[in-house]
Design a protein around this ligand. Structure first.
Ligand SMILES: Cc1cc2nc3c(=O)[nH]c(=O)nc-3n(C[C@H](O)[C@H](O)[C@H](O)COP(=O)(O)O)c2cc1C
Length: 185
């Protein structure tokens, strides 16, 4: 039997996004679930501290940005980590461990987007290391998966891998089902 808290009584979505990919996922979920989506600053004005929320944050060096504050302030019942790695590449349980997320909170990983050429300073320095480590491995694959090919494009010319299909598991969790069709309402 699942130890996860149910999705009932969720009143809002709160998200932290730097380049807009996490915001796009938050907006897609907001439309799907008929919930408002707030940045942390907006949420601080609109929500009570004990409200139940779904939290989405972009990943920086395996950490979900803004999550620590959200966990302190709200009753977070679902966390979506948005990164550049392929959908199958980040295990949800690994994300839970790296971000000290309690067992009763649902955790999902979503592939977002990135543009290496738009990155500067420390962020570019960090991503240079990632590029050196991961891209040759992916480029050597004879048949890369579509989300792996998308990650290669992120470094070459920039790419956006946000898709409603990536939200299938989140939608199923919200509806209390094993699986969901993204066209379900
Ligand atoms: C400095 C830096 C570190 C990052 N670290 C990770 C990471 O650990 N795992 C990952 O999957 N993506 C990582 N990313 C990629 C971002 O999480 C990804 O581009 C995400 O879609 C950004 O979301 P946003 O557009 O909402 O800001 C990193 C990006 C930067 C710039």
């Amino acid at each position: 039997m699942s130890t996860l808290e149910p999705a009932m009584d969720v009143t809002a979505i709160v998200y932290t996004s730097k380049h807009g990919h996490t915001k796009k996922y938050a907006d897609l979920l907001a439309k799907k679930f008929h919930l408002p989506a707030y940045t942390p600053a907006e949420a601080a004005k609109a929500l009570r501290e004990d409200e139940r929320v779904i939290y989405l944050g972009w990943m920086r060096k395996a950490k979900i940005m803004g999550l620590v504050d959200a966990l302190q302030r709200y009753r977070v019942c679902c966390v979506c980590a948005v990164g550049m790695m392929p959908m199958g590449g980040m295990a949800n349980e690994e994300t839970r461990k790296q971000n000290a997320i309690a067992q009763d909170i649902a955790v999902f990983y979503l592939q977002g987007g990135f543009c290496y050429n738009d990155t500067s300073g420390m962020d570019r320095f960090i991503m240079k290391t990632v590029k050196r480590g991961i891209i040759p491995m992916l480029e050597n694959k004879v048949h890369p998966e579509p989300d792996e090919a998308c990650m290669i494009r992120m470094f070459r010319e920039g790419a956006n891998c946000v898709s409603i299909d990536n939200l299938k598991e989140v939608i199923a969790w919200y509806r209390g089902r094993e699986t969901a069709d993204v066209t379900d309402d």
